[in-house]
Design a protein around this ligand. Structure first.
Ligand code: ZN
Length: 286
């Protein structure tokens, strides 16, 4: 009866989680047809499909009527190949969406083309996690003490992307990194500063209540075996639920083996470095 350790260390559970990870990264069947079907059913059911920018424009103009709306958001955490495949389907069906790119996935040409096709391309920021990794910050309090510097870093990156792409970047969205979960502070904390938003011309963070309050439900894809959270949006669309957001990560739609391998290794490397410095800090600052 070793109940107290069973949650974390049960060998069967551990092996299962490794198997899920391997399956997600290397064996996941291509799901792009499921993506197409979701959009086709939405269109057949009379949905307007939106980017974050286009739904926000309607909200500002108070033009939200009873037509059902599907807001399509793609967080490009990794995998530009699958990103292009999903965008291709959106173009064929003539529906827009928002693509948020990280610094690590930034592709100026692709972002401009996405914008020209009527969709939105903008910034998926993570400066709290980046800064905390670079300076080995160990707690929420340490992050809070560095927020002015973190905000300066964000402003620099944002303005650089704006200059490189020539795109408006009026909406942005926070990326959730493993270190944010560890420290208990999301990246969007840095955009709680209204003056920063105004200085940069950011109208909306995709998690802002001003937008989210209009959603009847949000759906997100997930890693195998939970491919949809909290459920499959296809059911919502078949039931003509009124305003839904569907959040997509290309990683969960096709197994791009080299990209996933590289991402897994860099995550392991980051975590190892962070832990080593944590141990070193403990010894040197005792
Ligand atoms: Zn992300």
């Amino acid at each position: 009866m070793q109940e107290h350790h069973s949650q974390l260390y049960h060998p069967t559970q551990f092996l299962k989680s490794i198997w899920y990870r391997l399956y997600s990264d290397f064996l996941l069947p291509n799901r792009t047809r499921e993506f197409r079907r979701l959009l086709e059913v939405a269109l057949a059911q009379g949905y307007q499909v939106h980017s974050i920018a286009s739904i926000w424009a309607q909200i500002k103009a108070q033009r939200m009527d009873s037509t059902p709306r599907l807001v399509l958001r793609l967080d490009i955490d990794t995998d530009l190949r699958t990103t292009r495949a999903l965008w291709q389907i959106m173009r064929e069906l003539n529906v827009p969406g928002t693509f948020y790119f990280r610094l690590s996935t930034l592709d100026v040409g692709l972002m401009r083309s996405i914008h020209e096709s009527g969709s939105e391309a903008s910034y998926h920021y993570e400066e709290i996690a980046t800064f905390a990794k670079r300076h080995f910050l160990k707690s929420r309090a340490e992050v809070e003490a560095h927020l002015p510097a973190i905000r300066r870093l964000f402003a620099q990156n944002y303005q650089r992307i704006e200059a490189l792409t020539g795109l408006p970047l009026h909406t942005v969205a926070s990326h959730g990194d493993w270190l944010n979960r560890r420290l208990g502070i999301p990246n969007l904390e840095l955009l709680k500063d209204q003056s920063l938003r105004e200085a940069l011309g950011i109208e909306l963070e995709a998690y802002d209540h001003a937008l989210q309050q209009h959603y009847t439900q949000r759906y997100s894809d997930g890693a195998y075996p939970n491919l949809w959270l909290p459920g499959n949006p296809l059911t919502a669309v078949q039931n003509r639920q009124s305003v839904i957001e569907v959040l997509i990560h290309p990683r969960h739609w096709a197994a791009n083996i080299p990209v996933n391998l590289q991402d897994d290794l860099s995550r392991l490397g980051e975590e190892a470095l962070y832990r080593v410095t944590q141990v070193a800090t403990y010894f040197f600052h005792r």
